[in-house]
Design a binder for this molecule. Structure first.
Ligand code: SF4
Length: 343
């Protein structure tokens, strides 16, 4: 029986430049070896517009492929190997709830600008585009939050409260200027008296993978591995970011490991696939790279080599991902704003 690896190679040879495969850093090596480009959300979003390929297969989670649809050029077909590979954090911000919350906040008389982390649905991004807001990634959250703060009276940052708080810390936004919104149906979103002073309103979402990494893991790692440097993703809680030596996007983490001296010991607080890849990449330089806590994103793991091979075998007849025209249009506005601001 032909292996998934061989099937993928055969399809790639047949399609040539008509096919491009993109993979997020959290994908496992069996997938990454088949990709033309690897990157974080921002890097992959930037790639879409410049790709010649007619078929673009996005190995990641659903919201990433949706963003690719919004940024694709006419005639380009975006595919995802596993449509159930969703992001639980993105699911914590349903579009209808966002509209309700924004309406209630604006009825209180303040111009609230929505800023969504890219880990959100296309509908949520479209609402951000419509309401004068935009989106951000962990790599540009500081620039984008700074921009959004200048567009209105306050910013509603969603869905990741940890990224919102960590970014607010970088911008010296005091805790008295921040307020977490209550998104439970039937509840008042915020107390209007408190909201009058808030510059940053935070949606109460978080990534289950990064939220599980605690300050205690940083402390235990320092005891177990004297001299270790600790770098974490800003989806971790602020207490973890404060206890670490460095924090930043997956690209930052990759650079951190590359720039470390030979023999360095590094513990990383993010999804384990990236950590293991970096450990392997820098083994020959004597760098010891370990996970701060082993956390695997089961949704990222839904894209297996077999799934990818099955999709590629039927690529011509596969239904590409699509978005309602108005959602695609307004999501594109939000995404393009980010790409222009961060160009
Ligand atoms: S690692 Fe977290 S944010 Fe990324 S896809 Fe998985 S659940 Fe979503």
């Amino acid at each position: 029986m032909t292996s998934a690896n061989e099937r993928i190679k055969a399809v790639r040879a047949r399609y040539g430049k008509r096919l491009a495969i993109l993979g997020h850093h959290y994908q496992n090596d069996a997938i990454i070896r088949h990709t033309d480009f690897q990157g974080d959300s921002l890097e992959l979003a930037r790639k879409i517009g410049g790709l010649e390929a007619e078929h673009v297969v996005f190995c990641g989670v659903y919201f990433m492929a949706e963003s690719a649809v919004a940024l694709a050029r006419p005639g380009q077909k975006i595919h995802i190997p596993h449509a159930d590979a969703t992001c639980p954090m993105a699911d914590m911000a349903p579009a209808q709830r966002l509209e309700d919350v924004l309406t209630e906040l604006r009825e209180q008389g303040r111009l609230v600008i929505p800023l969504a982390y890219v880990n959100s649905s296309a509908e949520v991004k479209a609402i951000c585009g419509l309401y004068g807001g935009s989106v951000c990634t962990s790599a540009n959250a500081k620039v984008m939050l700074d921009w959004a703060l200048q567009q209105g009276d306050a910013v509603l940052f969603l869905p990741d409260k940890h990224l919102g708080n960590n970014t607010a810390n970088l911008l010296n936004i005091s805790s008295s200027e921040r307020l977490q919104v209550d998104i439970r149906p039937g509840r008042q979103v915020v107390d209007p008296k408190k909201a009058a002073y808030a510059r940053l309103l935070l949606w109460p979402g978080s990534c289950v993978i990064h939220h599980a990494i605690k300050k205690q893991h940083v402390e235990e790692m320092r005891k177990a591995m004297p001299g270790v440097r600790i770098v974490v993703h800003p989806e971790c809680a602020p207490a973890v970011v404060r206890a670490a030596d460095s924090a930043g996007s997956t690209s930052h983490i990759i650079r951190y490991c590359a720039e470390a001296k030979p023999g360095a010991k590094i513990a990383i607080g993010t999804e384990v696939n990236l950590v293991l890849r970096l450990a392997e990449r820098h083994k020959a330089e004597g760098k010891i790279i370990v996970p701060l806590k082993t956390m695997r994103c089961t949704n990222m793991a839904k894209t297996t080599e077999e799934r990818l091979a099955d999709l590629l075998d039927t690529l011509d007849s596969a239904t590409p991902l699509s978005l309602p025209a108005d959602v695609a249009e307004h999501a594109q506005v939000a995404l393009t704003r980010m790409l222009d601001i961060c160009s």
